[in-house]
Design a protein around this ligand. Sequence first.
Ligand SMILES: [Cu+2]
Length: 350
Amino acid sequence: MYSLIGVLAVALVLVILFQLAKAGELLNTLKGEDEAVNRNNKIQASLFMLTLIFGMIAIFWSAYHYSDAFLFLKEPAAVHSAKIKGMYFWTLLAILPIFVLTHILLFGFSYFYKKDDNRLAKYYPENNKLELVWMVIPAIVMVLLVMEGIRSWTAITSPAPKDRNTLVIEATAQQFKWDIRYSGNDGELGAKRVPLMDLESNPWGQDWDDKANFDDFFAPDSIVLPVNRPILVKINALDVLHSFYLPDFNVKMDAVPGIPTQFWFEPTKTSEQRQEELNDPNFIYELACTELCGKAHFNMRREVYVVEEDKFDAWMKRQKPLYETLKEQAATTQKEEKKEDSGVAGIVIK
Ligand SMILES: [Cu+2]
């Protein structure tokens, strides 16, 4: 109801503006074109100036106001994220003066050089020096930014360090959840094969001929990670595009159906340390899907806890690999079958 009233109100305002413009045009023909054009030019020029002033104020205010939310200033909580934060800072530093300057020129020229009957336009065909300056400087800045970008990108997506006990996890996205598989004690994810997939007993098609699968387990609800240890995340998607995003660690990677992606990062602050740092006892790290993937996209949020190594080990010991669960299930069904058999046999014996 409210949205209908809103739409009607907007439509009404548009009609009024249209009628006013029409009335103004009629007035102009009555008064004489030239004077009207001059007045109109002055109004337009002043509007340009106002847009520049209020636009700039709004941009700087919003950048300042939302600085925390967009991680301009918040201290990152992982090794690589400091790199990304640095790149963000340098990119911003490089483009901010250009942004301000070009907007002052764009809107300022429209204001200061509005039509003036006493002024002739100046013919200024070319200036090689000026052109060289505005081509060479941006080119150098771009090359530097891109080079640093490639270096950081390679560091993040390169194979994780082997000698540092890297934790390997696998994140598989589907509408609308993440399944997080841990590699268990062997640090290796077992092989998966599509033909083995079975919704009831083997949702990810783990190949039980591969022993690396025996200790793989799935995170029950929240994701628990050890601090100061490299974590390699292998990312998949089952249906549509999703994106694996850990905002506090400044790491993000698309989950693409059919194309495995990966990155590694290293959390440097436990959840507790982060709570203290931000002075917010309710703070929780989160995993978010940053690809609008459907109706329940919001539902893909998962809580992430970064804990000390010993706590992590204890948590890991409590997790049950799917292989164990299946083995137990098979054992009980076998027992039941035996019972039934012996039951029948029992009658016979009796
Ligand atoms: Cu999603």
